[in-house]
Design a protein around this ligand. Structure first.
Ligand code: G4P
Length: 528
């Protein structure tokens, strides 16, 4: 096999989906520990107080304790190279999460064993279902009293509409936690609360029917376990790899991220079951990852990750072929050949330079304002990847400067922040207002904070009479012109220069849509 195919087959690119507080950050840290990326994982408490997480870059995040930015962490595990794409947990950043999920090949769902399926998990699962993304499940916090495992699986099946195939099974819970049993490999991993967050060293005992198992757990526990496992094997689906890859069945693992227990079984299962780079749809055709010519698309842009450099980074997922340092590629939207020099890769906490990246890998391109979310880069072919949308914002605020002389900086700052896709800028045709749109109210705080700290602009975001926005298109140029003239006062251009109808009320939008049947009003803007 060629080196290219070998490297491609090693890649496993995924993201964690969960409701806030289910333990995503804690688990991420333990996964990095297994990958050898960090020597010693501090407990979340220690980390939050003392140093910030590998994936947290922004000051704001430390202050609020939420993940504002997404990041990418790459680590080797067994023969694989794992790319973990972090997603913000807070729902005000759901667009960012949505787009990140377009760049992964599978997802890991983390569920709190006491809380079960929560609201945010349901939404993220819906997003995964759009692309039939395979999902692996980790039921966390076994060291605490939780709900009956069978009950939890039942809830996952009913609420999330995906079949469950338990791979590991808890032996007790909370204070009575004794270990987990691996249903596929028939071994018991005894629980030992880990010290200092190190890899859990509890003993492994082969065979649920072995005398060693009975010795270790005692006659009552082992009898109950054997009975329960029989029941589980009768009640639950057996693991079926094909069903998992089709997104219809999820293998389920139990554990405790904080004591690093059950995590290794899950990670072993992940690298064994999870798909490598998957084919991806472009406008003209579907691209296979093993195609030798390089293609990739940008799913995220993040400004000023490193305050020392004020750089903006475009995160590109390699879909086929190999990216090599210094190579030239076609920037399809601009119809121009550009040099992709100096890309960054993301080995755990360090941003390092690499000279090759394979399908499934993420590279960070320095962006000087020419790259947008959704842009496709290829080795010449004029195709554009689809399915990385902008959503019409639901909240709108007008930017008001405290110092009117800073108008230029404000414009520049807002435009650059909007490149990241979390907020969108609208300039009404009738005024000089700068209206910022977002899906979550926290975005305005983040924008104000960053304008101050990164652009030295002091501004407020105040209420404005806009309740929703739609991108407008019309095939008939004459009709569009007519529409433009009649609805001038409700029209704006977004930061890409596209025409947008900014409606004062939903009723107004509805009436306008009825009045102009030839005009298309779109709630999403696909980046092609
Ligand atoms: P998130 O990224 O999904 O939001 O969750 P995070 O890892 O930050 O964990 C949320 C809380 O749950 C943290 O406690 C964390 O210590 C705790 N936690 C995570 N995994 C486990 C586990 O396996 N068992 C138990 N018992 N707790 C777990 P916190 O009190 O909210 O934060 P902190 O004060 O400890 O920082």
């Amino acid at each position: 096999m060629s080196e290219f195919l070998e490297e491609m087959n090693r890649r496993r690119t995924f993201a964690i989906i969960s409701h806030p507080d289910a333990g995503k950050t804690t688990l991420t840290e333990k996964l990095l520990l297994f990958g050898g990326a960090i020597q010693l994982a501090g407990t979340v408490k220690g980390r939050k107080a003392a140093r910030h997480a590998t994936s947290d870059w922004m000051e704001l995040e430390k202050q609020r304790g939420i993940s504002v930015t997404s990041s990418v962490m790459q680590f080797p595990y067994q023969s694989r190279i794992v790319n973990l794409l972090d997603t913000p947990g807070h729902e005000d950043f759901s667009e960012d999460t949505y787009r990140t999920l377009t760049a992964v090949d599978s997802a890991l769902m983390v569920i709190d064993c006491a809380k079960g399926v929560e609201e945010r998990t349901i939404k993220l699962m819906d997003v995964c279902r759009l692309r039939d993304t395979p999902i692996l499940t980790f039921i966390n916090k076994l060291d605490r009293e939780g709900r009956e495992p069978l009950d939890l699986l039942d809830e996952v099946e009913k609420v999330l509409k995906i079949r469950c195939a338990p791979v590991t099974w808890p032996i007790g819970m909370g204070r009575e936690l004794k270990g987990v049993y691996h249903l596929l490999e028939d071994f018991i991993h005894l629980y030992e609360p880990s010290k200092d967050g190190r890899v859990n060293e509890g003993a492994i005992i082969d065979g649920i029917d072995s005398p060693e198992a009975a010795d270790a757990l005692g006659p009552d526990v082992i009898d109950a376990l054997r009975e329960e496992i029989e029941l589980v094997q009768g009640a639950a689906d057996p693991f079926d790899h094909g069903e998992y890859l089709a997104g219809r069945q999820t293998p389920v693992f139990f554990g405790s991220a904080i004591s690093n227990f059950g995590v290794q079984e899950m990670l072993d299962g992940f690298v064994q079951f999870a798909p490598g780079p998957r084919p991806r749809a472009a406008d003209a055709r579907t691209v296979e990852p093993q195609e030798e010519r390089f293609t990739g698309f940008v799913f995220k842009i993040q400004a000023n990750m490193d305050p020392q450099h004020r750089d903006r980074i475009a995160f590109l997922r390699v879909c086929s072929g190999v990216w090599r340092a210094g190579m030239k590629a076609q920037h399809v939207r601009l119809g121009r050949e550009v040099k992709l020099a100096d890309a960054l890769t993301f080995m755990a906490s360090e941003r390092e330079h690499v000279d090759a990246a394979y399908p499934g890998d993420i590279i960070g391109l320095h962006n000087h304002g020419t790259i947008r979310i959704g842009d496709t880069f290829t080795e010449g072919e004029k195709i554009a990847y689809t399915g990385v949308p902008d959503f019409a914002p639901e909240l709108f605020r007008r930017a008001r400067l405290r110092d009117p002389l800073k108008m230029k900086q404000l414009q520049k700052g807002l435009e650059q922040l909007c490149e990241e896709g979390a907020t969108q800028l609208f300039k009404p045709l009738v005024s000089n207002d700068l209206i910022l749109g977002a899906v979550g109210v926290l975005q305005f705080d983040v924008a104000a904070y960053r304008l101050k700290s990164e652009y030295n602009v002091d501004c407020l975001f105040e209420a404005v009479g806009v309740s929703t926005a739609r991108w407008v298109h019309c095939r008939d140029a004459k009709k569009l012109e007519d529409f433009r003239n009649k609805c001038f006062e409700h029209l704006a251009v977004d930061h890409h220069g596209e025409l947008v109808y900014i409606a004062p009320t939903r009723v107004n939008l509805q009436l306008t849509q009825e009045r102009w049947p030839d005009v298309e009003f779109s709630a999403t803007r696909d980046h092609i």
